[in-house]
Design a protein around this ligand. Structure first.
Ligand code: NDP
Length: 314
């Protein structure tokens, strides 16, 4: 099972990597997310092939979280298996993130933003992924009931202990993000990146001013669900394929697929074809053109999907 990475993987580096805010870190325009398709329920060989294709094409950033699966934790276990059979020799070429903030284990210490939860969670994540440290560790969501100082100081201390190199924040409201930015700068562990949903159908970070705030303050921005979980592709234009995320019905529900939305998707699809692109490519290129965006995290359930999505970076 020896994996040898493609020797041409950095051939497009000059245009494929972008500086993350005002940091020393460069990230690929297209990053790979492990929320779906890398869990214990998914065929390992397929997950493995997707990550090999990604890395062979310069995708150095894999985005994980403690609860990605299903079951919870199993996407990180997949990452651990991949480290063992493929990526150990390439550890220093990879930028691996994980997160804590959502429900992960039972009881009062397996959720939200306490120091207790974050410290226990990162330990578990490192064990599952067979890593000594993650490159990036996130607060996965805003916790209105824990003092922000407690969550932020835990993140600072996680960095100081060498368990993570950088800190990120995901889905916090703008006012809390501003507080975090100031708090972390004062402690010499500046916020590397903010992660939020941004795509043609969800422009929240632009409407709220979050994206501008990141841009103006030297914080990178990485967009998740850039294809709106598959809506912004040709997948649902003529119905709901059996092997699709919507057919599973858990995170992407069929009642979203209104006649208005289908009409909009078809119109965008025609526009994209006229430009010689797929709708997925058009959707990803649009995000990458927005001021302040460092990278987009795509999901993929097959190598051909990832191959198509990578075209957006050309
Ligand atoms: P996308 O919007 O990229 O959706 C991915 C899905 O779209 C795929 O699983 C596949 O669905 C379909 N798809 C992808 N490419 C194509 C294509 N070329 N043609 C047709 N269909 C395609 O992203 P996700 O919603 O998966 O999110 C990406 C990542 O963002 C996550 O893995 C995670 O890392 C991060 N994230 C972070 C969150 C946070 O709270 N911080 C929340 C959500 C995501 P199908 O299975 O139907 O084939």
């Amino acid at each position: 099972q020896n994996y040898l990475a493609d020797s041409h993987r950095y051939d497009s580096s000059e245009t494929f990597y972008r500086r993350c805010g005002k940091s020393g870190v460069m990230l690929p325009k297209i990053s790979l997310g492990f929320w779906h398709n890398f869990g214990g329920v998914d065929p390992y060989e397929r997950s493995r092939a997707i990550t090999h294709y990604a890395f062979d094409h310069g995708i150095t950033h894999f985005d994980l979280a403690n609860n990605y699966g299903p079951p919870y934790g199993s996407a990180e276990e997949t990452m651990g298996r991949l480290m063992d059979d493929s990526f150990k020799p390439y550890r220093d070429e990879l930028f691996i993130s994980s997160k804590a903030g959502y429900d992960m284990w039972e009881g009062p210490y397996g959720n939200w933003g306490s120091r207790k939860y974050l410290f226990a969670s990162i330990e578990q994540s490192l064990k599952r992924m067979h890593l000594d440290y993650v490159d990036l560790f996130y607060s996965h969501r805003y916790d209105p009931n824990t003092p922000l100082e407690e969550t932020l100081q835990a993140l600072v201390d996680i960095v100081k202990q060498g368990k993570a190199l950088y800190i990120g924040i995901s889905r916090w409201p703008l006012e809390a993000l501003k507080f975090a930015d100031k708090y972390l700068k004062e402690r010499d562990v500046p916020l590397l990146i903010f992660q939020d949903k941004l795509n043609l159908l969800n422009r929240g970070p632009q409407e709220s001013g979050t994206l501008d705030y990141c841009h103006d303050n030297g914080i990178g921005f990485i967009g998740f669900s850039p294809l709106a979980q598959g809506l912004l592709t040709d997948r649902y234009i003529n119905g709901i394929p059996e092997d699709s995320r919507m057919a599973q019905g858990k995170f992407l529900k069929s009642d979203m697929l209104t006649p208005e939305l289908i009409a909009q998707l078809r119109a965008w699809n025609v526009e994209a074809s006229a430009q010689g692109k797929t709708l997925a490519e058009k959707a990803l290129s649009w995000i990458l053109e927005q001021q302040g965006v460092t990278s987009v995290i795509v999901g993929a359930s097959s190598v051909p999907q990832l191959e198509k999505n990578l075209k957006a970076a050309e």
